[in-house]
Design a protein around this ligand. Structure first.
Ligand SMILES: Cc1ncc(COP(=O)(O)O)c(C=O)c1O
Length: 400
C-alpha cells in the first residue's frame, strides 16, 4: 500500500507522514499496525466531534438509505440542505440569512468573492498578508504569502494586501474596494487573533466606503473558539460569512452566508451567478446538520474554553515561547523551527498526532476534536513534555 501510495496518488510534499489508516473512533486514529494515535489535530480542524461520532454516522446512514445526488445545486427541495441552512440562520444575526452550500472551503471563498464583485460592481479585493483562503486561482490570488504563489502567476488583478492588526493601513480600503476579506483568526500565519477593536475598525471603514466585509471562519468557526463563530468575540459582523471544515463533521463542505438581498444577486444579471453540481449534497448536509445540532445543543462550546485553560496550564516548557490562539484553536510557538519539526515527528512515534501550520515554521498545531476529554488532553500533554525534555538532552549534543 505504501509503495502504491507514492506511485499512484499525487503528492504535494516530498515527505508526507504516510501513516496507513485502519479506522478511527473518538479522539483516536488507528494505523494498520494496530497502533492507536491520540488526535490533537482533528483532520486540521475538520472533525469537531472526533471520529465516527454516533449521531453523525447515524445521520449519514439514514440519508444513504433515502437518496444520494439527485440534481444540481438549488433546483430540488432536499430536506438536509434546507434544514442545515435554516439552523445556521437561527444561530446567526438577522443580516446573515441565506446560505449557499459548496463542496469545499475554497469554493465558498470563490463564491464570496464573486458575490462581492457582483453586488458592488467593483473589482478590488483587499486581503491580509500571511492570509490563507484556499488554493484555487481566486483563493490563491488573495493568499498573502508570495513564496507559495509566485509559480502560478499571473493571478487575479486588483488584489491589495494590508497588514493584519495594523489599523493605520485601513485607509487603503476605498470606494474602489469591492470587499475586504480576512480570516477572523489568522490560521496559516500562526493563529493570530485580531487585536482589541481591529475588526470593528475594519467594519467601520468598509461601511464608510461601501465595501463589503468577508470573514473567513473556515477554521475558527463551528464552535472551535468557544463561540459558534469567532467573530462573536470581536464585536464585528461580516457582510459575508464563509465557513467549511468543521461544519461537515468529517465530510467535505463549504458555505457562504449573507443577507437575502445580497445573496439574491446570484439569481440574476447573470442568471446562474454561481453554480455547482454537488454543493448541498444530501449526505454531506445530513452530516453537517447532525454536527451543528450537537455543537449548538450540547455544552461542548463552553467546555472548549475550559479545555484551553487546561492545555495552557499543562504546556509550560522552556522550549515553548508562546501559546497562541483561542479555545481549541491553539498553536505552540517553539523557540525554533527545528524544535517544531522534532516535536511533531517525535510525538508521532509516541502515538500523539500534532501538525504544522502553513506559513509559521516555528508553530505546532493543537486543534483536537472539541469532544476530547480532560484525561486525553493530559495524556497528550504528558507526551509533548516528555518529548521536549528528551529533545533538550539531545539538543545539548547538537542534534540540529
Ligand atoms: C482559513 C481557511 N480558509 C480556506 C481554507 C480552504 O478550505 P478547503 O481546504 O476546504 O478548500 C482553509 C483550509 O485550510 C482555511 O484554513
Amino acid at each position: 500500500m505504501t509503495s502504491d501510495f507514492f506511485k499512484y496518488q499525487a503528492q504535494t510534499t516530498p515527505h508526507p507522514l504516510a501513516m496507513e489508516i485502519s479506522h478511527a473512533e473518538g479522539c483516536y486514529i488507528y494505523d494498520t499496525k494496530g497502533k492507536a494515535h491520540l488526535d490533537f489535530v482533528a483532520g486540521v480542524s475538520a472533525c469537531p466531534l472526533g471520529h465516527n461520532h454516533p449521531k453523525v454516522i447515524k445521520a449519514i446512514k439514514d440519508q444513504l438509505d433515502k437518496y444520494l445526488h439527485v440534481m444540481v445545486y438549488g433546483e430540488y427541495i432536499q430536506k438536509p440542505a434546507v434544514e442545515l441552512t435554516k439552523l445556521l440562520s437561527k444561530h446567526l444575526p438577522e443580516s446573515l440569512k441565506k446560505t449557499y452550500l459548496t463542496n469545499s472551503g475554497t469554493e465558498a471563498i470563490e463564491g464570496a468573492l464573486k458575490l462581492a464583485r457582483r453586488a458592488t460592481g467593483r473589482s478590488e479585493i483587499i486581503a491580509a498578508k500571511n492570509a490563507y483562503h484556499g488554493n484555487t486561482i481566486g483563493a490563491l490570488s488573495i493568499m498573502g504569502f508570495e513564496e507559495r504563489k509566485q509559480a502560478f502567476r499571473p493571478l487575479l488583478p486588483d488584489v491589495r494586501f494590508i497588514t493584519f492588526n495594523n489599523a493605520a493601513e485601513l485607509s487603503l480600503i476605498t470606494n474602489k474596494t469591492a470587499a475586504v476579506i480576512l480570516e477572523t483568526i489568522q490560521g496559516g500565519a500562526g493563529f493570530i487573533e485580531p487585536k482589541e477593536d481591529y475588526l470593528h475598525k475594519v467594519r467601520e471603514q468598509c461601511d464608510k466606503v461601501g465595501a463589503l466585509l468577508i470573514l473567513d471562519e473556515i477554521q475558527p468557526g463551528v464552535g472551535r473558539t468557544g463561540k459558534l463563530f469567532g467573530y462573536e468575540h470581536y464585536n464585528c459582523i461580516p457582510d459575508i460569512l464563509v465557513t467549511g471544515k468543521g461544519l461537515g463533521g468529517g465530510m467535505p463542505i463549504g458555505a457562504f452566508t449573507a443577507s437575502q438581498e445580497l445573496m439574491d444577486c446570484l439569481m440574476e444579471n447573470p442568471k446562474l451567478g454561481h453554480i455547482t453540481t454537488f454543493g448541498g449534497h444530501p449526505v454531506i448536509a445530513s452530516s453537517a446538520l447532525a454536527t451543528l445540532k450537537e455543537i449548538t445543543e450540547s455544552s461542548l462550546m463552553q467546555q472548549t474554553l475550559e479545555k484551553e485553560k487546561l492545555l495552557r496550564t499543562l504546556l509550560v516548557h522552556p522550549h515553548i515561547s508562546e501559546i497562541r490562539g483561542k479555545g481549541l484553536m491553539l498553536s505552540l510557538i517553539m523557540n525554533s523551527s527545528e524544535l517544531a519539526n522534532a516535536l511533531i515527528l517525535q510525538t508521532k512515534e509516541r502515538g500523539l498526532i500534532l501538525f504544522w501550520l502553513l506559513f509559521e515554521p516555528k508553530a505546532v498545531r493543537i486543534t483536537p476534536p472539541l469532544t476530547i476529554s480532560n484525561e486525553e488532553i493530559e495524556e497528550g500533554c504528558r507526551i509533548i513534555l516528555s518529548v521536549l525534555n528528551n529533545i533538550k538532552q539531545q539538543n545539548s549534543t547538537s542534534i540540529f
